[in-house]
Every structure is written in C-alpha cells, then in structure tokens.
Design a protein around this ligand. Structure first.
Ligand code: SAH
Length: 427
C-alpha cells in the first residue's frame, strides 16, 4: 500500500526544490541534507520527507506509470461543466471565477444563497474544475492518531471537553510510536497527524520523544494539540514536526468567547500566526454551523482563513454531541458544507482543502461529494480501535467500527474512482 508516488528531485534552490511526477512539476520545501539532483524522494504536504533508493523508486514508478495516466483521464472527465443549467446571476459570478477575478463578499453571499439542485450541481462542478486546473489530479492522504482524550479545555461544541463525563484514555509514548511505526511500515503512510485534547500530562520531553521518533521514520509529522506554549511548539519544530493543525473555529469573536470559555479569538489567531512564522506548514479553518452564526459569518470565516494563508483549509460541520452545551443544536445541512468547500476553492483557487471526518459523519456519501466540490485532501483515522471509540470529539464518528485496512482500501478505491493520484500537492 502506498500513499505517495516517488518524485524525482530536479532542482534545488536554497530551501525550495522542484520535483517531477511523470512530467508534472511541484515546488516543495527541502527538509533533508545530503540530497542531489536526480534523487528520488517522497514529498508530503509540500515538504520533502524522505529520500528513497533509485531501484526501489523506479520499481514503484513502473507500477504507477499506466495507472497515473489513466487516473488523469478519469479526473479530467469528471471535471467538466454543464453551464446550461445556470441562472444568469450565478453565471456572472462563476464567469468571474473562471477569469480568476476575486469575488466580492456580496457575490460570495449570493453563492451561499443558491438552493436550486441544478444550480448547486453546477456550482460544485465549477469548483471541481478549478481544483483540477490548479492541482491536476494530485491528492494527499494523511493518517491521524488521536492519542489522548483528556482535555483541560471546556469548549461548548466539543465532546472531550473537561466537564463531560467520559471514559478517558492516554496512549503511552511507546504506544504512540508503535502505532506510527505500523502506519508507516505496514500501511505506507507518509504523513501522520498527532491529535489530542489539551493534555499537559504530555510534557515537552514526552512530546519531543514522540515527534523525533516519528520524524525518523521519514514522514511528515503534523501536530494538532491545541493551545500549548510557543516554547513547546518551537521545541517540537526543532524535534522535526513540520506541520500544525490549529483551527480558529469561528471568526465571530462574540461567538468564540461564548463557546470557548477562558480563551480569546485574538490569542488563538496570534498563535496560528506564530506557528506559521516558526516555519510550520499550517492547516487552519473553522466549524460550520455554530449556533448564532449567519451566512455572513461563514463568508468572514472563509476570508479569515484566506487572510491567514494556510497551506491547508480544514473545516467541517458541527456535529451536535450529547451532554455538551451544543447537544441540541440543529443538524448542519450537507450542502452548506459543500458550498463552503466550493466557495473557498473560488476565493483561494490554489488552496488545499481537506475533507474532514465530521462531514462523513453528517452524511456517508459526503466524502465523495466533497472531493467533487473542490476538496483535494483526506485523513484516515489510524488510532487503535479501542481508543478510537473513546475519542468522542463528536458522537457517532463514521469510521469507528471499521478496521484500518478496510478504511484504507475504501479510501484508495474512492480516489481511484475519482481519478486522483497520490502525487504531492506541493507548496
Ligand atoms: N485540542 C486540539 C484538537 C481539537 S479536536 C485543538 O484545540 O486544536 C480538532 C477539531 O475538532 C477542533 O478544532 C474542532 O474544530 C473540531 N470539533 C470539536 N468538536 C466538534 C463537534 N462537536 N463537531 C464538529 N467538530 C468538532
């Protein structure tokens, strides 16, 4: 099983390099020493993570060659647009998108207000077309290890908030490293996200041990550990972590203050900016459908994400969760999420947009729909099954009952059906 196609390094210019996948070029960050032009490497999330022996790479590339060009054909066929179904108003906005002109906030609102099934279909088709124009058929699949559900925070939406009665667990340092090793050796992952509640049992020393060990496996280490000190994040960067996932959750500061007691939007945004300044590849975004939010807030959420210029957009619907203050909030409509993906794709055409598990929890077929509405990256939960059941940031997570192998097989099949290849997405 292989989650990345080997690339050939064809140029190095300081910290930046260019790699080639069957003639397609991507820019990446060069994060290894001892490299020469002509080396074969794996890149993930725009970062060169591992060098591989030429013989091994050539063998894998031989296997991929025909498949790669087949996938491209499938992807191109799925990225066509039927504009005849569009009202003149929506057509005007979407023509601007095609001309690479930026949309006004009113135009974004107008897209959010589309409700006709045919119009929505075309909206998603155009977003998929823009994705294809910007990224070809590149896709990125990360594994996520949810290593602790202890949390000192009390966020109103979150199912692992401190005040919720829940069986709590912590994976030991050795268990986390062993889970990562299996993901890399057995399943072929080249990028791993380490996620948890805000759990200070993991002090700097423990986190550094984990990050160092996983980085040495030749993968991109992503951290998603919430509000921790700059010092901790700086040390983790030094230990080899290269990407961080930290959502601002909502751009509406009043809603933020209400839903995240004891924290402020300004501080969270400052931390996001600081992580980026430290050199982290950044994934950020928001929750869709928080009570009190309007469509204008959603437009502001997209614009704030763009302003932060992340390497990856990460947003998903609120899943109302029992015994949390938002347990009775209304269920979010799938099209609201798909529209958010499509509009984000228009506003920041070159962005990478993740499909999150929350969206799949909302609607089983949504992963496919999201990939066809502008999204281009996925995560697979590789937390050991007995812990996965307890990592209840929301209830009824879809992939809980699935074996990791089955989940991977289904994801790869979906990507093949849609003509997506695991070339890296570049920077
Ligand atoms: N403690 C880390 C990781 C949190 S979990 C942090 O604070 O960054 C990752 C994300 O799950 C959160 O950022 C939040 O956006 C999302 N989340 C939490 N509860 C949710 C819910 N009930 N529905 C949907 N998303 C939720």
């Amino acid at each position: 099983m292989c989650y990345a196609i080997p690339a050939k390094l064809i140029a190095i210019d300081g910290q930046t390099g260019t790699v080639d996948y069957f003639g397609e070029k991507r820019k990446i960050l060069v994060d290894l020493d001892d490299l020469e032009i002509g080396d074969y490497v794996y890149a993930q999330g725009g970062v060169l993570v591992r060098k591989i022996p030429a013989a091994e790479a050539e063998e894998i590339l031989k296997h991929w060659h025909d498949i790669f060009f087949e996938l491209k054909k499938t992807d191109a066929a799925l990225a066509t647009i039927d504009q005849t179904k569009l009202s003149s108003n929506a057509l005007h906005v979407l023509q601007k998108v095609n001309l690479r002109k930026s949309l006004t906030q009113d135009e974004m609102l107008a897209l959010y207000e589309l409700s006709d099934v045919q119009e929505l279909k075309v909206l998603y088709e155009i977003a998929n077309n823009v994705r294809q124009r910007e990224h070809g058929n590149a896709s990125c699949v990360h594994g996520i290890i949810e290593f602790s559900n202890y949390c000192s925070g009390n966020c109103h939406y979150c199912g692992i908030r401190k005040d919720r009665k829940l069986l709590r667990y912590r994976m030991s340092v050795d268990e986390i490293i062993a889970t990562a090793k299996q993901a890399v050796d057995e399943y072929g992952f080249k990028a791993l996200v380490l996620q948890s509640g805000e759990d200070f049992w993991y002090d700097d020393e423990k986190l550094i041990t984990i990050v160092k060990a996983i980085r040495q496996m030749g993968v991109l280490v992503f951290v998603s550990i919430g509000l921790r000190s700059r010092e901790t994040y700086r040390k983790l960067y030094e230990a080899g972590a290269r990407a961080a996932l930290l959502r601002f959750e909502t751009s509406n500061k009043d809603i933020f203050a209400k839903l995240r007691p004891g924290t402020s939007l300004a501080n969270r945004i400052q931390l996001i900016k600081d992580l980026q300044a430290m050199g982290y590849v950044l994934a950020t975004g928001f929750i869709i459908g928080l009570p009190g939010e309007t469509i204008s807030d959603l437009v502001q959420n997209i614009l704030l994400t763009k302003y932060l210029s992340p390497d990856m957009y990460s947003f998903g619907p609120l899943i109302p969760t029992d015994a949390t203050p938002l347990g009775d909030a209304p269920k979010v409509n799938k099209d609201l999420v798909l529209k958010t993906i499509a509009i984000s794709r228009f506003v920041d055409s070159n962005s990478n947009i993740l499909v999150t598990t929350a969206l799949e929890t909302l609607d089983f077929s949504a992963k496919r729909a999201a990939l066809l509405a502008g999204a281009n990256s996925l995560m697979i939960d590789i937390t050991p099954q007995y812990y996965r059941e307890l990592y209840k940031i929301y209830d009824n997570k879809v992939d809980i009952p699935k074996e990791i192998g089955q989940n991977i097989a289904e994801t790869v099949k979906l990507l093949y059906d849609l003509g997506r290849a695991p070339t890296d997405i570049g920077i």
